[in-house]
Design a protein around this ligand. Structure first.
Ligand code: NDP
Ligand code: 8X3
Length: 250
């Protein structure tokens, strides 16, 4: 029987690439994001390969999150795979000058949004005693870097939540794991730097990971046999040795 995956943040980057990878593998999709037009375009492209339903909501809004997930039609209601991917960095500033609005955005989206979506999906997984949750953390969740303060904290929280979920959902046979990328060339830096041209420099002078690289790894994780759970994966581009050490050829 075909599986169904719900992917948050499916309108760009890692989430969009994961939608394409899963569609290629015949997994039914529930794609989520705030940019409706992008969701519709991706749905149209992927419907040739699999069944696709779109949900247009902001993970910061608790009520909208629950309403959206409760609204799923019968054929998409049983979520086998949840990919908690929606998230971003907002700003790159020392703690003493950081913006409270940026801090709110990162904690509300990367941490609380992930919890809201999980809370809406997990009860049907525990009832069926099956399911697989992949949380997208970051190398920033393992190592704090200068000016990364609150973004790094939000991703450390994602790792702690992943471990907590794995322990609490273990009696139900539900797999939980984290995929933690280093530098991936997506819209991430455009969001972080709010459209500033500095974003164009982030991935220059070395070969950064591409969204597809991470999507293939996520598919690998969800396609292991039932007794295998990939609990935690750290993935760097070859040029990157740590959060702060990147071998640039410029
Ligand atoms: P993108 O900016 O390309 O994608 C972010 C996705 O998150 C978009 O689809 C966006 O959709 C969604 N999103 C953001 N805010 C909200 C919100 N409030 N409600 C619903 N959806 C939201 O970046 P990436 O693909 O790189 O990021 C995906 C994940 O990977 C993030 O969790 C990020 O922290 C993580 N990551 C990224 C790395 C990188 O170097 N790029 C490295 C390590 C981890 P929309 O705007 O349509 O709502
Ligand atoms: C994204 C990678 O190094 O920009 O999580 O924080 S980094």
């Amino acid at each position: 029987m075909k599986k169904t995956a719900l992917i948050t943040g499916a309108t760009s980057g890692i989430g969009e690439a994961t939608a394409y990878e899963f569609a290629k593998q015949g997994i039914n999709l529930v794609l989520c994001g705030r940019r409706l037009q992008r969701l519709e375009t991706i749905q149209k492209a992927l419907e040739r390969l699999t069944d696709v339903h779109i949900l247009n909501f902001d993970v910061r809004d608790k009520n909208d999150t629950f309403k959206a997930i409760e609204s799923l039609p019968k054929d998409f209601k049983n979520i086998d795979i949840l990919v908690n991917n929606a998230g971003n960095a907002h700003g790159l500033d020392p703690i003493q000058t950081g913006s409270i609005d940026d801090w709110d955005a990162m904690m509300d989206i990367n941490v609380k949004g992930l919890l809201y979506v999980s809370k809406a999906v997990i009860p049907q997984m525990t009832a069926r005693k099956s399911g697989h949750i992949i949380n997208i953390g970051s190398s920033a969740g393992k190592e704090v870097y200068p000016k990364g303060n609150v973004y790094c904290a939000s991703k450390h929280a994602v790792l702690a939540i992943t471990e907590g979920m794995r322990i609490d959902l273990n009696p139900f046979g539900i797999k939980v794991g984290a995929v933690n990328p280093g530098l991936v060339e997506t819209e991430f830096s455009q969001v972080r730097f709010k459209g500033d041209a500095i974003a164009d420099n982030v991935y220059q002078g070395f070969k950064a990971l591409q969204a597809k690289d991470i999507a293939e790894i996520i598919y690998f994780a969800v396609s292991r046999p039932p007794h295998v759970n990939i609990a935690d994966l750290l993935v760097f581009p070859t040029a990157q040795a740590s959060s702060t050490l990147v071998k640039k050829s410029l």
